[in-house]
Design a protein around this ligand. Structure first.
Ligand SMILES: C[S@@+](CC[C@H](N)C(=O)[O-])C[C@H]1O[C@@H](n2cnc3c(N)ncnc32)[C@H](O)[C@@H]1O
Length: 328
């Protein structure tokens, strides 16, 4: 049987809008900010969230402890009791067009309770968040196994706050290779402009994990690849919006936000985040990033939010559009 989503009313409505040149109600007209602001808070995630006003964050992107005993911060006696606190706050602080992304893993066989499955169950039964996608992040390398199939994926959950959740598919499309492009262009049923735009990356992403000596590495044991974070930031937030990562680790999300013209808030209760983040910034500068940005350590939250609310722009609409095209 085909996937139900292929026949749903939302899918048909989007086709109708596209055909008739009408924009979706979630569309946002944004300007590229001249400068972005990034607040780094050394604090407990839940304490921090409680201080944030309602509807103040456009994208929450978190890679929380998976409860796998990988480190002291990854060990819990009541994982869900703890997670419920920040899940509730996350829903409250999202804007109506906001998105919530949660990385996670599963507990297999008879190990202790508390994993992504329980988070999904909790969100379905206790919040109004809309489940948009379960993304399978697939990679080719990893540990071997003998009593089960070797694991080669992690999961990324994507929830929208309301039906108006923001999504910019064009900013994350994958270009077709030249041969496929030529073949598709010969097919008169297909629209050449759509072929040039590239394809939907789908909900299975093949992106390699960071190997031990990867140049991207900054020392954090569970650092995520820039490419994974970039696709989420580009597709689910817009330039000038505010992105929050309250389990920031090395600050990968912050680095991507600088490069992609979003403001960000990074929260981690480990002071080492500052060291790791500095290394990210060094790598970023070595790669030639010249985007104007300001990093503020433990700022006054109210003042910081005011800065990110400013609507400054010196770019033309054309430049703004180009800046959103994939450059990977
Ligand atoms: C899986 S790591 C995030 C890695 C990050 N995505 C990256 O690319 O570097 C989770 C982080 O959550 C932090 N953490 C754990 N419990 C926390 C809490 N209660 N409040 C704030 N941070 C916490 C840990 O210190 C750790 O750095």
């Amino acid at each position: 049987m085909s996937n139900k989503s292929h026949f749903n009313s939302g899918h048909r409505a989007m086709n109708w809008l596209n055909k008739n040149g009408v924009s979706h109600s979630s569309e946002v007209k944004f300007d590229i900010p001249k400068k972005t602001y990034h607040g780094v808070f050394t604090e407990d995630a839940l304490n921090f969230l409680k201080k944030l006003p309602d509807s103040s964050i456009q994208l929450i992107l978190i890679d929380p402890p998976y409860n796998l005993d990988l480190a002291k911060w990854d060990t819990f006696s009541n994982y869900m009791g703890w997670a419920k606190g920040w899940l509730k706050e996350a829903e409250r602080v999202l804007t109506d067009n906001g998105n919530f992304v949660i990385f996670g893993g599963y507990q297999y066989q008879d190990v202790k309770k508390g994993d992504l499955l329980e988070i999904m169950h909790h969100l379905r039964h206790n919040t109004s968040l809309l489940f948009v996608n379960l993304i399978i992040w697939y990679y080719k390398t990893g540990m071997g196994a003998h009593r089960f199939f070797s694991n080669r994926h992690e999961e990324i959950l994507w929830y929208g706050k309301t039906k108006k959740y923001y999504f910019n598919l064009d900013s994350v499309r994958i270009p077709f290779d030249e041969k496929t492009k030529e073949a598709y262009k010969r097919d008169k049923r297909l629209n050449p402009a759509s072929i040039d735009k590239g394809k939907n990356p789908t909900n299975v992403w093949q992106i390699e994990r960071l190997i031990a000596n990867s140049r991207e590495r900054v020392g954090h044991p569970t650092q995520k690849p820039l490419e994974v974070i970039r696709r989420l930031v580009r597709g689910l937030s817009y330039p000038g919006s505010l992105v929050l990562d309250f389990f920031a680790g090395s600050g990968t999300t912050g680095r991507v936000c600088i490069e992609e013209d979003r403001h960000s808030i990074l929260v981690d209760n480990d002071k080492k985040t500052l060291e790791y983040f500095n290394k990210h910034l060094e790598n970023m500068r070595e790669n030639g990033n010249s985007k104007q940005h300001e990093i503020i350590l433990n700022p006054d939250l109210k003042e910081f939010l005011k800065k990110t609310d400013k609507k400054e722009s010196s770019f033309s609409k054309k430049e703004a559009k180009n800046a959103e095209l994939p450059h990977d």
